[in-house]
Design a protein around this ligand. Sequence first.
Ligand SMILES: [Fe+2]
Length: 294
Amino acid sequence: MIRVKKIAHAAYDVPDLDSQVEYYTDVLGLTVTGKEKDAVYLASTIDHHSIVVRKGAQAQCVRVGFQIGPEDDLHAFEKQVQGHGVKTQRKKDPEPTISDMVVFEDPKGTVMEVFKRDAFAGQRFPNKGIVPFKLGHVAFHVTDVKHVTKFYCDVLGFRESDWMADFFSFLRCGPDHHTINLMGTGSNRHFHTAFELRDWSHLQTACDYLSLNGYKLLWGPGRHGIGHNLFAYHRSPAGLITETFAELDRMNEELGYFEPRPWHRDHPQRPKVWPKDPAASNLWGIMPGEEMMK
Ligand SMILES: [Fe+2]
């Protein structure tokens, strides 16, 4: 099977394009790499874009892009998707630096955009704003977590890293513990989008920078049990939740366990089903308020 290798970008509709773009550039520290009528492309480093924002009636994540490997055959990947009874579309030159793309919907209606990266953009890290390493993961509320999880594993080649009880799955498509996570809550919508920072001191700087710019934390800083990442959540102007994180678990695929860390409780730390326990959410003990679930 051909597996996607990386989360490349996420695309959002927002009612107020200007304020969201200002947030992504001035606060998060992404670079504007392209503008079209009612659409702005924003990037972190080597990719032309990791975030796309378009003007839309309501704030939502509409599309997620995934990259396959340079030796992978996009046509064979399309056949693989169709083999699961999923209707696909082929798009030529759909976006800057992407010449060929297979497009289809996941079971909750989010558009999947799978492609081979033809060219790297190579912009530098800016020196203003938080400036994450990269887009890390997108988390969704879903109505049928088992079905959607199976879709990502069977159709896109994701692997299950962890579950919280039977309602929250964490899925990887590379060494990072999760690039997609799915929480069964009875609705289909965006939960949060996460950006990877360097380390704890970068997270501290980010929290101070958010505060100076009028952004209050919704939850954190803390350390998740599942994935063991340091985290802090806030809400962007459009209302979409952003997570900044560091020290996410990294899988050694050949050995089947996550790289050992001092904060692990299991030795080795392998994929498992975690009990629905506060430690799975935050090893440091502080639980999220209701604001996180809005
Ligand atoms: Fe997250």
